[in-house]
Ligand binder design. Structure first.
Ligand code: SF4
Ligand code: SF4
Length: 461
């Protein structure tokens, strides 16, 4: 009797190295346009200044997000939640219309893989040269090329990690700390963490991230329907495949079986086998096949953006566009419009004045010459409006409490001003220890513009 055979179910297929071939074309240009736009925005934005501070800074320590003229405080974090909801809806909308267009053109994984591939090509050469190099035994030439590639990848990854941290710590002072090697441990950790993630994901893992790690890749198919644009191979026109030599005599379909569409695919799949979950919708195969069609004198579009319905019912491009505006898309658009409208209205009606009262911890409550108790504070006043205002400072909470200095302060438009102020109360007012007080700011020219913050007044025991 034969022993039962053991069956091994592999949960993870061993990776086969993919060597995507370079391709030019409309979609390659579009993808590089996204690379430039996203990376210029990513690398340059933290260096922009606004009112003497970093224009875009997520200061987690101070719990303030600076977004150009807008300053979001912890109580404004609802706007960030709304921003995330709007981003998610935009993604749903784009996916319902054009499938994995985000994955193929703007996702950081795609963008950094494109940059790393470009470096690889510049250093190791074209696809055939890279394959040959990997098959060669180790030599000084191979070692030199591999070292140069990894150094180039490492430099991009480190600069990316540094820039990423620069969104959370002022990037100019961060640069100074890098120069003097006086980085804090958390800065080190996050710069290295993000650098290693960039290097690993874009240099080594590439399509594996999309295949096994990205949650969006898993659930987005539920947003597809028969009218969603996908990359398709027109099998009716392409089959039976025929090598070029046989194609001229009318025996074959349009596909000359050149495999160029497979060679350029960063996911390593053959689009002629139909829609596959590994396909990131980058349209490289469209560019590749159009090039082949041009060279063989055939009409473009054997591999193209189309929809399932269009393939089944032979719809024209105009009909495809008309069907794109289906009820589901209209509902997504309407909900998105409502959310954007609500967020904009709320931002418009938001009180453009913030106040932080920071007690001077260097000087405790003290008795001054006229027998009064004095505490020193710094008022952090943020005028987020577009006009300068003079604000009147009023205090309450303890009888006889008053502002010892001038009780008005002028703050320029969108200026953040640290204003020192001394508060005094008569001896015997309040109780020994901490007394809760309130500081109110009211615009002299517009009393509806006012804000109140609580603070503590220390009476010595
Ligand atoms: S590039 Fe076009 S012609 Fe060449 S194998 Fe792919 S589908 Fe066929
Ligand atoms: S099949 Fe085409 S669109 Fe899909 S990942 Fe490969 S090259 Fe990109």
């Amino acid at each position: 009797m034969n022993a039962p055979r053991e069956q091994v179910i592999k949960m993870y297929a061993a990776r086969e190295e993919i060597y995507p071939r370079e391709i030019n074309g409309r979609y390659a240009r579009l993808r590089w346009l996204f690379v430039w736009l996203t990376q210029l925005a990513f690398y340059c934005t933290p260096w922009l200044q606004w009112n003497g501070r970093q224009a875009l800074l997520f200061d987690l320590g101070a719990r303030k997000f600076y977004i150009f003229g807008l300053v979001l405080w912890p109580q404004d974090f609802i706007y960030l939640a709304v921003l995330l909801i709007i981003s998610a809806y935009l993604l749903f909308l784009a996916t319902a219309i054009a499938g994995r267009v985000w994955c193929g053109f703007a996702c950081p994984q795609t963008v950094y893989t494109e940059i790393f591939l470009w470096l690889e090509r510049k250093i190791e050469g074209k696809r055939s040269a890279r394959i040959a190099l990997d098959r060669q035994p180790l030599s000084a030439r191979k070692l030199g090329k591999k070292t140069a590639k990894h150094l180039a990848w490492g430099a991009v990854a480190l600069w990316t990690g540094f820039t990423f941290v620069g969104y959370f710590t002022p990037i100019r002072s961060l640069l100074g700390e890098v120069m003097t090697l006086s980085f804090g441990p958390w800065e080190w950790f996050w710069v290295l963490f993000y650098s290693v993630a960039t290097y690993g994901n874009a240099g080594w893992m590439r399509e594996q991230v999309c295949k096994y790690m990205c949650p969006y890749a898993r659930f987005q198919s539920s947003m597809f329907d028969r009218d969603t644009l996908i990359i398709t191979y027109d099998a009716r026109r392409g089959e039976p495949r025929a090598p070029l030599s046989r194609n001229g005599n009318g025996n074959g379909g349009s596909c000359i079986d050149c495999s160029l569409c497979v060679q350029v695919c960063p996911a390593g799949i053959d689009i002629r086998n139909g829609l596959q979950y590994e396909c990131i919708g980058c349209a490289s195969c469209v560019d590749a096949c159009n090039t082949v069609m041009d060279k063989t004198g055939q009409a473009r579009g054997l591999v193209r953006y189309s929809t399932e319905r269009a393939m089944d019912e032979h719809l024209t491009p105009t009909e495809i566009r008309r069907r794109a505006l289906r009820p589901r898309v209209k509902i997504y658009t309407a909900v998105l419009g409502l959310i954007v409208l609500a967020a904009c209205t709320s931002l418009y009606l938001r009180m453009p004045l913030k106040l932080d009262v920071i007690r001077d911890r260097g000087s405790m409550g003290r008795e001054v010459e006229d027998g009064m108790i004095e505490n020193v504070y710094r008022l952090q006043i943020m005028n987020t409006s577009e006009q300068a205002h003079v604000y009147k400072i009023a205090v309450s909470g303890i009888d006889t409490l008053r502002v010892a200095d001038a009780d008005t302060v002028r703050v320029e438009a969108t200026e953040t001003r640290a204003h020192p102020v001394r508060l005094r109360a008569a001896h015997g007012a309040g109780h020994a220890g901490s007394n809760k007080i309130a500081v109110t700011l009211t615009a002299v020219d517009d009393p509806s513009l006012h804000v109140q913050e609580s603070a503590v007044f220390i009476v010595p025991r």
